[in-house]
Design a protein around this ligand. Sequence first.
Ligand code: PHB
Length: 395
Amino acid sequence: MTTRRLVLTRSAAIVGAASTGLLLPQIARAQSGKVRVGLMLPYTGTYAQLGVAIENGVRMAIDEKGGKLGGREIEWFKVDDESEPSKGVENANKLVQRDKVDVLIGTVHSGVQMGIQKVARESGVLSLIPNAGVHAATRALCAPNVFRTSFTNSQPTLALGKPMVDRGHKKAVWITWKYAAGDDALEGFKESYTKAGGTIIKELGLPFPNVEFQALLTEIASLKPDAVACFFAGAGAAKFIRDYAAAGLKGRIPLYGSGFLTEGVLEAAGPAAEGIITTLHYSDSLDTPRNKQFRLAYAKTFRLQPDVYAVQGYDTGQLLVQGATVVKGNLNNKQALYKALESAVIDSPRGKWTMSKSHNPIQDMYLRVVEKGENKVIGIAAKALADSGAGCKMA
Ligand code: PHB
């Protein structure tokens, strides 16, 4: 009798806990519920188009594999981060604490990424970075649950210095938005340009996302460098390209950049963009069946031409599908999941790539020139380039 009562009481307690939600969510979600996928991206401001391209890419990759993750349906959650670093932690927590996402995909802006990184490290949520190249995320602040599918900000510019010097440009001015992305990009440029024998005669900057370039362009004209190198992206990049030409610098002082300068902006920039040489891990004109098939499918689905951001979103979706498939949809099986993500080979429109030990792509950098409104490949500027991952110690 005593025993029986005890058993009854215990099972009643378990049912009680389950029905009040104390036990059930963990158990049910691990096996059969929907996978909760959070997108934290800019949908307003100078990087708005980048956010849209990334989301399109993520959805396309998942839809191509049947629209599920390891057999489970998906519930989507979205937050517009406005590329606003001061709201980074708060916005990441909307997805992690409030919406209880299983995976957080985001973001574009390096400053905002630092907020996500903090939340990811504290909560242990799976964090996939589809753009922001801030060094710290896969260097000193790297983490087992954080994977980047894009680049570090110095990867493109590590490939930029030599082609500039090879073209006879030994004195350059550097110009950028002054925030983590521009500072990191300068680190790579400084290393590659000085190693090749070039000298940076002046570093210019303005706060993100300002587009009042006039005074700085006047300064460039008076400095008379052999060339200008820069980091800008999104709508601000299109304006920089147009203003550079309008200031009379185009044709007189060649303009180079981290390839984001000419991604997704060629229509808006118009003829002012022709002839700009950049380095990046993707190019529209990559002549491979994989890239052609991707471009055709993307254009058909979204009535838009894809760019590097769409590719990065697509690869994020591919990586997630691969990982979820290995663990059969149980994203709580973290050891197996991380192992799968670490060893993934991504068959990307940019070319095949793998993860470095610090969870950042090892990838080729292409030399490109804008020709007839398209980024045309003119060479490989760096083969299988990895970020240093300096200071990364996985816990
Ligand atoms: C960044 O903030 O890390 C960033 C933003 C836009 C880009 C590239 C990097 O195109």
